[in-house]
Design a protein around this ligand. Sequence first.
Ligand SMILES: [Zn+2]
Length: 82
Amino acid sequence: MPRLKKCPDCGGKMERGKTKFITESEKGLITIENIDADICTICGVEYLTAKSDEYIENIVEKILAKKIPSHQETVFRVAAEA
Ligand SMILES: [Zn+2]
Protein backbone atom coordinates (compact mmCIF):
# COMPACT_ATOMS: atom_id res chain seq x y z
CA MET A 1 0.00 0.00 0.00
CA PRO A 2 1.41 3.44 -0.83
CA ARG A 3 1.91 5.84 2.00
CA LEU A 4 -1.36 7.37 3.13
CA LYS A 5 -1.63 11.13 2.93
CA LYS A 6 -5.30 11.41 3.82
CA CYS A 7 -7.25 9.46 6.39
CA PRO A 8 -9.63 7.00 4.67
CA ASP A 9 -12.01 7.37 7.62
CA CYS A 10 -12.28 11.12 8.17
CA GLY A 11 -10.12 12.74 5.46
CA GLY A 12 -7.72 14.17 8.05
CA LYS A 13 -4.01 14.56 7.50
CA MET A 14 -1.91 11.44 8.10
CA GLU A 15 1.46 11.71 9.77
CA ARG A 16 4.18 9.12 10.06
CA GLY A 17 4.54 7.98 13.64
CA LYS A 18 5.19 5.00 15.85
CA THR A 19 2.71 2.53 17.23
CA LYS A 20 2.50 -0.77 19.01
CA PHE A 21 1.24 -3.94 17.39
CA ILE A 22 -0.18 -6.76 19.48
CA THR A 23 -1.23 -10.15 18.19
CA GLU A 24 -2.30 -13.43 19.72
CA SER A 25 -0.51 -16.50 18.54
CA GLU A 26 -0.17 -20.13 19.53
CA LYS A 27 3.04 -19.01 21.27
CA GLY A 28 1.22 -16.47 23.38
CA LEU A 29 0.86 -12.75 23.05
CA ILE A 30 3.33 -11.07 20.74
CA THR A 31 3.88 -7.34 21.14
CA ILE A 32 5.95 -5.37 18.69
CA GLU A 33 6.69 -1.86 19.87
CA ASN A 34 7.95 1.23 18.11
CA ILE A 35 6.77 0.22 14.68
CA ASP A 36 6.11 2.68 11.84
CA ALA A 37 2.53 3.64 11.07
CA ASP A 38 0.62 6.40 9.38
CA ILE A 39 -1.52 8.04 12.05
CA CYS A 40 -4.44 10.40 11.46
CA THR A 41 -3.97 13.77 13.14
CA ILE A 42 -7.75 14.15 13.49
CA CYS A 43 -9.27 10.81 14.54
CA GLY A 44 -6.10 8.94 15.51
CA VAL A 45 -6.68 5.90 13.34
CA GLU A 46 -3.44 4.01 12.70
CA TYR A 47 -2.41 2.20 9.54
CA LEU A 48 0.75 0.13 9.56
CA THR A 49 3.12 0.80 6.69
CA ALA A 50 3.83 -1.94 4.15
CA LYS A 51 7.31 -2.23 5.64
CA SER A 52 5.83 -2.68 9.11
CA ASP A 53 3.52 -5.38 7.82
CA GLU A 54 6.48 -7.25 6.39
CA TYR A 55 8.45 -6.80 9.56
CA ILE A 56 5.63 -8.16 11.72
CA GLU A 57 5.10 -11.11 9.42
CA ASN A 58 8.78 -11.94 9.58
CA ILE A 59 9.00 -11.72 13.39
CA VAL A 60 5.83 -13.73 13.97
CA GLU A 61 7.03 -16.39 11.54
CA LYS A 62 10.33 -16.69 13.42
CA ILE A 63 8.60 -16.97 16.76
CA LEU A 64 6.27 -19.67 15.47
CA ALA A 65 9.22 -21.51 13.93
CA LYS A 66 10.95 -21.31 17.35
CA LYS A 67 13.88 -19.47 15.89
CA ILE A 68 13.38 -16.83 18.53
CA PRO A 69 12.79 -17.97 22.10
CA SER A 70 9.32 -17.03 23.24
CA HIS A 71 7.57 -16.85 26.56
CA GLN A 72 3.98 -16.29 27.55
CA GLU A 73 4.37 -12.84 26.21
CA THR A 74 6.99 -11.80 23.71
CA VAL A 75 7.86 -8.14 23.31
CA PHE A 76 10.00 -6.77 20.53
CA ARG A 77 11.11 -3.20 20.28
CA VAL A 78 12.05 -2.07 16.82
CA ALA A 79 15.33 -0.20 16.79
CA ALA A 80 15.24 3.31 15.42
CA GLU A 81 16.01 3.40 11.73
CA ALA A 82 19.54 4.42 10.77
ZN1 LIG B 1 -9.03 10.21 10.54
